[in-house]
Write a protein that binds this ligand. Structure first.
Ligand code: SIN
Length: 292
């Protein structure tokens, strides 16, 4: 437990990546001093979670807005009457691959990708269905100075094309799914972001690429960028950087998209899983060097 906090208790995982927060309920507005500590814990641990916190849709929205404005969630139809909540639902008989089943940082193809994502569990399966988180800070810190020096200068191209384009994964899907996903031409757009991102709160550097949304690296041949990105992906998701988050019903998890990747593990065919998700508006990613 950490004595830097007076209003909440923090139970960090190994290496400090991910922490459970206890000592408060989150169904009502947090007092300013409590909110300040929660924000500090989020910055320190990147992924924080609160157990046993039943929330209505309105309470989830109100909790989210204490951390900033809602992000913009494209390609997925939100809940009726709750335009900022996505329901991640998979029924026991669904055979389509579970949503979010590959390493990514949410909506990194946007000019201003969401700073954070909040996921609240309603129904969780007895097996499988964990969310895996990878620590982009430590993955960066452990690289050699030579590699860091090279990556610090690079710009990666992000796009929603692979999952959400007209020729993308979801457009080609034949199995039916409960979630309403809308493939679009819009997904062909690309956006450049620094490959190494400087976090606006902690000022730490983190790797900011993912196999779902990164198409390549500016100024490199496809072969060069594929080779470098493949190396980075296998480096970033080594077990030593990964936290396996096990859900129970009524758990709320808040993660930082600016310094982590996540991957929704499947393995729960035959069981229902229902989660409610909001995103927090973010800033334009800043790199070590200014973008040209
Ligand atoms: C996601 O937001 O990518 C899905 C996470 C999950 O369902 O565990």
């Amino acid at each position: 437990m950490n004595s830097n906090y007076q209003h909440i208790q923090i139970h960090p995982n190994a290496h400090g990546f991910g922490a459970r927060v206890s000592g408060i309920t989150i169904d009502k507005p947090l007092m300013p001093a409590v909110l300040e500590e929660v924000k500090r814990a989020w910055a320190a641990h990147s992924v924080i979670f609160f157990a046993d916190q039943p929330l209505t849709h309105s309470q989830l929205e109100a909790f989210t807005l204490q951390f900033g404005e809602f992000g913009v969630d494209p390609y997925i139809l939100p809940m009726e009457d709750h335009p900022h909540i996505l329901e991640l639902r998979r029924e026991p008989n669904e055979t389509a691959v579970n949503f979010g089943a590959q390493w990514h940082s949410d909506w990194s193809f946007q000019e201003r990708p969401p700073a954070g994502t909040i996921l609240h569990s309603k129904v969780t399966p007895p097996v499988g269905g964990d969310t895996l988180f990878a620590d982009g800070y430590r993955a960066y810190d452990d690289l050699s100075d030579t590699m860091k020096g090279c990556l610090n200068n690079l710009v990666a191209i992000h796009s929603a094309r692979m999952p959400y384009g007209k020729e993308g994964l979801f457009a080609k899907e034949t199995a039916s799914r409960s979630m309403k996903i809308v493939a679009s031409e819009e997904a062909e757009k690309t956006w450049p972001h620094p490959l190494v991102r400087v976090h606006p709160v902690t000022f730490r550097k983190a790797l900011y690429v993912s196999p779902v949304y990164t198409l390549g690296i500016q100024g490199m041949t496809q072969g060069e960028s594929t080779a470098l990105l493949s190396y980075l992906y296998q480096h970033m998701v080594q077990e030593k950087y990964v936290y396996h988050h096990r859900w129970a019903a009524n758990m709320l998890t808040l993660w930082d998209n600016r310094c982590t990747l996540h991957n929704a593990e499947g393995g729960y065919d035959g069981y229902q899983r229902i989660m409610h998700r909001t995103t927090l508006a973010g800033e334009r990613p800043v790199g070590v060097l200014p973008l040209n």
